[in-house]
Design a protein around this ligand. Sequence first.
Ligand code: PA5
Length: 446
Amino acid sequence: MSVKLNDHYLSSFIKPHEYERIAPEVRMADTMLREKSGPGSDFLGWVHLPETYDREEFARIQAAAARIRKSCDVLVVIGIGGSYLGARAVIEYLKSPNYNQLPGNSPRIYFAGNCISSDALCELLTLCEGKDVCVNVISKSGTTTEPAIAFRVFRGLLEEKYGKEGARERIFVTTDRAKGTLKQFSTEAGYETFVVPDDVGGRFSVLSAVGLLPIAAAGIDICELMAGAAQASRTYGTADLAQNDCYRYAAIRNLLYRKGRNIEILASYEPFSAMFNEWWKQLYGESEGKDGKGIYPASVIFSTDLHSLGQFIQDGSRTMFETVVDIADTGASFTIPADPDNIDGLNFLSGMELDRVKKTAMQGTILAHVDGGVPNILIEVSRRDAFVLGELLYFFELSCAISGYVLSVNPFDQPGVESYKKNMFALLGKPGYESLRGDLEARLRK
Ligand code: PA5
C-alpha cells in the first residue's frame, strides 16, 4: 500500500493492551458494515463503489468531460457540502489550488452555490463574461437552497447567451436517479444527467459522478483514482487491527477520544492539501458529531500555521491530537541557492533540497508537539498521484465509518443540518413554515 499508518509517536499515549481491549469493538463495527446490520445501513453503497461502479455511466462521464474540455473556457460546478468538496479537494490536490491561473489548464473551473454571498456570485459572473461556459449542477436532493439559487442564475445566463437549445448542450446535472425537483426539471429540459446512487450519501460520494465529472473535466485520470480506491478496498478487507491500518486509525481516534482528546487536527505540509482537509473535515464532522458526541475535526497547513496555531498546539489546553499526512514524493523539487555574501546567514542550507527542510521541520514539529503532550498519528503517503489519492480517499471514508460505529453513532445521517434550514425557510416566508415564523421573529426582536 502507498498509504501507511505510523503509530510510533503514540507509545506514550496508548499502551498495547488498549489496542487489544478495543479490537472486539472494531470487529463488531466491521461486522455491522459488512453485514449491513448497523445504523444507516441503507447508505453503504460507497463501500463497493470502486469495484462495482456503473461502467456505462463512467464512460458517459468521460465523454461528457471530453466535450466540456473541448467546448468551454469555464466550467461552473454548482453544489454544496458533499456535492462539491470532494471534487474541489481532488482537483486542488492533484493539480493545484492555483489551477485556474496556471498555463495549460482548460477549462477554468469555478465552484458556485456553496455559500450565500452576493459578492462571491457577482464576482463569478464577472469572471464568466466573454467566456464560453458549461455548468455541472450537483444536488442529490435537488432542493438545496444554495445550489438551487446559483443554478437559477447560471441557467438564465446560459439560456440568454446560447438560447434554450444551446444551453441544453452545456448543462450537466448530477442528482437522484428518479426523485426531486432537479431530476424532474432536467428530464423535462432534456439535460444530460448523472446519478448520485441512492445508497451513497453526499460526503461519501466523491468516487461517484458527483466527484468524477468535475475531476475528469480538469483532465485528471479518473480510472487511476478508482483503481487506487479499489486497491484500498481490497487491502482493508480484514477486521484484524494488526493488519489493517485503516481500522487501526479508527481505533486510535476512539482510544484518544476516551482519554479526553475531543479535537483532531489534520496537519499537512502542502498548501495543495487545504481543500482535501476541508473534505476530510466534512466527512468526519458530519459523520461523527451527533448525539452529544464526536471528535471536532480541525485542520492546519504547516509550516504556515505553525506561525499562527503552533503556540496553541504546543502549549494550550491539552484536548487535541494531531494526524499528520506526510507525502513523500510531491512531484516538484527545488534546491536552495547559495549566496556568496551569506547576508542572511543561510549558507548552511545552500544546495539543500527544500523538501529536506520541510521534512526536518515536520520531524522537529512532531517531536515538539509530542513532548508538549499532543498525541501524533502519522499517515505516510508515498506519492502525489491519482492512484494513491484514490487509496487515501477510501482509507479515510472507511475509517470514518468504522470509527463512527465504534463511537456508537449513525455515521450516515446528518439530522443536525436541518435546524438552520428550518429557521431560515420560516424567516424567509417559505410556504409551510408559517407557524414557526412568529416565534423566531419574536426571539430575534428580544
Ligand atoms: O454530506 C451530505 O450529505 C451533505 O453535505 C450534502 O452533500 C449537502 O447538504 C448537499 O446536499 P444535496 O446534494 O442534496 O444538495
